[in-house]
Design a protein around this ligand. Structure first.
Ligand code: GDP
Length: 178
């Protein structure tokens, strides 16, 4: 960890293939949108230093890099992760229907206090919407998750969703160290 960082947080991106995870990560880490994104096999991660509530946090965000297509995410992907963005595509109902399965896996491999945010991505494609915002929100409430809709393409709420996750992790971590 960099000397000047107060915390290093690992967080993971999870959800069906094609929902926009890689593009959300490149937005957050590099502020760019990869139109030609082709998932590579393996696991990728990116870092970004971010200041939250007077603390400098090194956020290490892991991306499945295509592994989720084969349901080949292993427990090492989740190991040590304090937060997760569970992403679906608002224009693809099947990706929303998979959320429950991803949640089971997250709860099995992730820590008890893991901060999970349900993310409905591609909200710029409102005309092709298959999942209402209210539906995602209600599901998140019943499962005790936070919820946000984003667009990696239009860069809507991407920064906010990562920030929300990191802030919540920081709250939990600092309460624990009191
Ligand atoms: P991943 O497989 O979940 O990592 O998804 P990718 O980030 O590779 O994105 C899959 C496809 O969706 C790509 O063609 C992206 O250009 C597109 N995409 C990602 N996010 C958005 C978004 O917010 N809006 C729109 N319209 N397209 C998106």
């Amino acid at each position: 960890m960099d000397e000047e960082c107060d915390y290093l947080f690992k967080a993971v991106l999870i959800g069906d293939s094609g929902v926009g995870k890689s593009n959300m990560l490149s937005r957050f880490a590099k502020d760019e949108f990869r139109l030609d994104s082709k998932p590579t096999i393996g696991v990728e991660f990116a870092y970004r230093n971010i200041r939250v509530k007077d603390k400098l946090i090194k956020a290490q965000i892991w991306d499945t890099a295509g592994q989720e297509r084969f349901r080949a995410i292993t427990s090492s992907y989740y190991r040590g992760a304090l937060g997760a963005l569970l992403v679906y595509d608002i224009t693809r109902r099947s990706s929303y229907e998979s959320v429950g399965r991803w949640l089971v896996e997250l709860r099995e491999f992730g820590g008890e206090d893991m901060v999970v945010i349900l993310v409905g991505n591609k909200c710029d494609l409102g005309e092709s919407r298959e999942v209402e915002e209210e539906e995602g929100k209600e599901f998140a409430e019943t499962e005790g998750l936070c919820f946000m809709e984003t667009s990696a393409l239009k860069n809507l709420n991407v920064e906010q969703v990562f920030l929300q996750m990191i802030t919540k992790i920081l709250e939990i971590t600092s309460q624990r160290s009191l």
